[in-house]
Ligand binder design. Structure first.
Ligand code: TYD
Length: 403
């Protein structure tokens, strides 16, 4: 049953037994790993793409959650620009108030704070919340939900903007989220969120965007239907080049704003290409299988030819690829990553060791599997000596190929 509207959900993709994508394990803790069955379907009524099973939120989001928003230069720039956009376009009145759901290490809100604007982050993961606090960002440690929205409104007054990046698609219980936003948002306020876009996932075969935390994969059509159901309206959309292709959705209270032409245009383009039709999604599932087999074939060839292989970027996304395709340390002996909380641990399920990015040069790789393909431009530029020395990057999005 659809988690948004109660409609019939048809399964189109089975990604098998999967671990928690951000649960990097200590080498002696592999016996205790949590696994679940990752299956994905689409709602016949509202076209929302969603998982069939929910992982309890406390298992995924806790004080040792390792992901930091500031881990990429490009993402830091993106969030600073986002803050300035929100401050310029949406912060009306003499004393505006901006709330961010899932504020992580405060990368976006730090720019709001620097502008002297009232703000609050709501973040359940203690470690990253403390990083934000150390930067002077105001954070409430909580999972945002109906009661939290009402409490913030009572304490701080209505918000002009509620923003969320890579967070709303993580939350199955969006009915409670919308009720909380309804309680918190000023009458003319906006709810702005950005998440991976189904259009990009299908176009790029980026099936690794689907993992425990990404419960939904949104489209303009499904977000429009969801907004209506909860008394809001989708009034603007903007495609974003970050994280492999996202859309920023702007929602206002129903009737408060005239939707921009971009909304109708994006919905029409989705309908024209049959984005949420089962035939499209089944074809995508067949591509997932083909690409996974291709990737394993390539890695086996590299291993058999004696080349030195490693992974680059211990992403959450890579849990889906490695566990679905069956890629372990025999094919990718280690992965390099800049995140201290992941280093020295093993990637979930695949148990590929994560090594500090600084050790990359001395390792002397011939081929690098780019798990963090969404940061390709930044990473390939940073590691240009690798290609200069004859090394080659192996990508699997949108196809398996060597650069
Ligand atoms: P990311 O693709 O942003 O997200 P997710 O984990 O949700 O799939 O993760 C990028 C990972 O790659 C993160 O662990 C940081 C790492 N990384 C590097 O090691 N070097 C880099 O230059 C960049 C940009 C990221």
């Amino acid at each position: 049953m659809c988690r948004i509207c109660g409609g019939v959900v048809n399964e189109f993709l089975d990604l098998g037994r999967q671990p928690l994508s951000d649960a990097f394990v200590e080498p002696d803790e592999t016996a205790d790993e949590f696994y679940y069955h990752l299956r994905v379907g689409v709602c016949e009524s509202c076209s929302m793409v969603q998982q069939l099973a929910e992982v309890p939120r406390e298992r995924m989001f806790h004080d040792s959650y390792p992901y930091v928003s500031s881990g990429s230069v490009r993402m830091r720039e993106h969030f600073t620009r986002t803050a300035h956009d929100l401050l310029e376009c949406e912060s009306t009145g003499s004393d505006p108030f901006i709330v961010e759901i899932g504020s992580n290490d405060g990368t976006m809100l730090a720019a709001v704070r620097a502008a002297g604007v009232r703000h609050l982050g709501v973040e359940p993961c203690g470690g990253v919340a403390d990083v934000a606090r150390a930067a002077g960002v105001r954070v409430r440690s909580a999972f945002f939900e109906e009661a939290v929205g009402a409490e913030i409104a009572a304490q701080d007054g209505p918000a002009n903007v509620v923003f969320a990046a890579n967070t709303i698609c993580h939350i199955p219980y969006l009915d409670s989220i919308f009720r909380g936003i309804d309680a918190l948002l000023a009458p003319d306020g906006v709810f702005v969120f950005e998440d991976p876009y189904l259009g990009d996932v299908i176009e790029k075969n980026s099936f690794d965007q689907i993992y425990d935390e990404h419960f939904y994969v949104f489209s303009a059509r499904s977000v429009q239907a969801m907004a209506r159901r909860f008394g809001f309206e989708l009034v603007d959309v903007r495609r974003l080049p970050v994280h492999g292709g996202e859309v920023r959705y702007t929602l206002a209270r129903a009737g408060a704003r005239t939707p921009s032409a971009a909304v109708a245009a994006l919905v029409a383009s989705e309908d024209a290409r049959g984005l949420a039709e089962l035939s499209t999604l089944h074809a995508f599932a067949a591509e997932v299988d083909r690409i996974s087999r291709d990737l394993v074939g390539q890695l086996e060839k590299l291993r058999d030819s004696g080349l030195r292989v490693a992974g680059y970027g211990a992403t959450a996304k890579s849990a889906t690829v490695t566990n679905y395709a069956g890629i372990g340390p025999d094919l990718v002996p280690c992965v390099f990553d800049t995140t201290p909380a992941k280093q020295g641990r093993l990637m979930p399920g695949s148990h590929i060791p994560v090594r500090p990015a600084e050790e990359f040069a001395e390792y002397g790789a011939d081929r690098l599997l780019l798990f963090a393909w969404n940061h390709a431009e930044e990473i390939i530029a940073k590691e240009k000596d690798f290609a200069r020395g004859g090394g080659r990057w192996l990508l699997y999005v949108p196809e398996v190929r060597l650069l």
